[in-house]
Design a protein around this ligand. Structure first.
Ligand code: FAD
Ligand code: DHB
Length: 389
């Protein structure tokens, strides 16, 4: 089998890249380790930046998102019993869109099926060969058979635990990592959201986030211990803890109900440099991870897709390799800024086990500065709605 671009990973990065390339007549195949249903069952991000919306429009998959997504012009920050508002629209001229990653992924799979695009599911033992030469190929097993696809380029969109990053030799690859001493426990419930806007809460008992998917589907998170398991938390215990971390008037309005999903995610900052090795390009979580506080994971994956798609387009349509040659440098310049914002916003809102009384005062002073200073709010808002590509 031969194609122009083999895309490893059928998550949002791989699917979006594939769809954009297909629209330009660039042939590609997506290899996914799991089934479509499994990929669609993973509840993850919920806030989309305008850059991702633009890419979805360009890939012709934005219709349902435009109809069913919710534009958010601001968000609330809760601290010391009260809340304050960051008005993204007034500060930056832009909003964000609340539309779940699951829905983005579903729209992309539906579009691929309609276009007859090829996805190979349940592939195992994926290996990338000769990525540093002129004729790379990818081998794998599927349903008991060994297969091989020859290609021009390989896009490693296989997430943090994928094989693509590991293919880059250690002599070339440099990794930067910070782990955080807590996780996020998240639940999804068929209840109306507690507010029209997202609420990010700093409280003495730890961080909490009130988010949503639609008028009757809410997503809530609380900071938890890394050793906690979802089954340790009954729904009642979750709701009680969430209420204790929210200002009284918000907690009073909170409508509770049974959870329909409950999971724990660890928090991590991670960057791999470079994001290109020969004919292999890393994209999304395969190359970098952010703690989820700033809602940057999916959005940063999307900016990688933008740079890679345009580089490949330039190569195939104009015979110019400038875009692919500068891919790693361009993508990383934006990645590091998203890393900084996610790290800063996480430090502002969580309780750390080793925080001293001085550290706590610094957190409060920083929150007060953000509450009262327009320049600070503008810097926050510009990062939240997404830095330009
Ligand atoms: P992924 O979504 O990880 O997709 C990679 C795909 O590759 C997967 O489908 C995987 O099955 C497949 N794969 C892996 N290895 C192989 C292989 N060897 N061969 C073939 N296929 C392979 N971001 C936010 O902004 N907000 C959030 O609330 C949020 N919550 C998150 C919760 C969790 C538990 C996780 C893990 C991430 C969360 N993120 C969140 C981050 C966000 O979901 C990711 O940034 C986004 O999914 C990145 O997309 P991706 O396509 O690069 O990677
Ligand atoms: C959601 C997740 C986030 O990490 C975030 O910052 C905002 C919203 C969510 O899942 O809705």
């Amino acid at each position: 089998m031969r194609t122009q671009v083999v895309i490893i990973g059928g998550g949002p990065s791989g699917l979006l890249l594939s769809q954009l390339l297909l629209r330009r007549g660039i042939d590609n195949v997506v290899l996914e380790r799991k089934t479509r249903d499994y990929v669609l069952s993973r509840i993850r991000a919920g806030v989309l930046e305008r850059g991702l919306l633009e890419l979805m429009r360009e890939a012709w998959v934005a219709g349902r998102m435009e109809r069913e997504g919710f534009a958010h012009d601001g968000a609330l920050i809760a601290h010391e019993g009260g809340t304050f508002h960051i008005d993204f629209k007034a500060l930056t001229g832009h909003s964000v869109m609340v539309y779940g990653q699951t829905e983005v992924t579903r729209d992309l799979y539906d579009a691929r099926e309609a276009a007859g695009a090829e996805t190979l599911f349940e592939v195992e033992q994926v290996e990338i060969h000769d990525a540093d030469g002129d004729a790379p190929y990818v081998s794998f097993r599927q349903h008991g058979e060994t297969r091989r696809i020859d290609c021009d380029f390989v896009a490693g969109c296989d997430g943090f635990h994928g094989v693509s990053r590991q293919t880059i030799p250690l002599s070339v690859r440099r990794e930067y990592e910070k782990t955080y001493p807590f996780g996020w426990l998240g639940i999804l419930s068929e209840t109306p959201p507690v507010d029209d806007e997202l609420i990010y809460a700093n409280s003495a008992r730890g961080f909490a986030l009130c988010s949503m998917r639609n008028a009757n589907l809410s997503r809530y998170y609380i900071q938890c211990a890394l050793s906690d398991k979802p089954e340790d938390w009954t729904d009642a215990a979750f709701w009680q803890e969430l209420k204790r971390r929210l200002p009284g008037e918000v907690a009073e309005r909170l409508v509770t109900g049974p959870s329909i999903e409950k999971s724990i995610a660890p928090l991590r900052s991670f960057v791999c440099e470079p994001m290109r090795w020969g004919r292999l390009f890393l994209c999304g979580d395969a190359a970098h991870i952010v703690p989820p506080t700033g809602a940057k994971g999916l959005n940063t994956a999307a900016s990688d897709v933008h740079y890679l798609y345009n580089g490949l387009r330039q190569f195939y349509e104009e015979g110019d390799s400038e875009g692919i040659d500068r891919y790693s440098e361009r993508a990383l310049a934006r990645v590091w800024k998203a890393e900084r914002f996610s790290w800063w916003f996480s430090s502002l809102l969580h309780r750390y086990p080793d925080q001293s009384a001085f550290d706590l005062r610094m957190q409060t002073a920083e929150l007060e500065f953000l509450r009262t200073n327009r320049a600070a709010q503008q810097a926050m808002a510009e990062n939240y709605v997404g830095l330009p590509y």
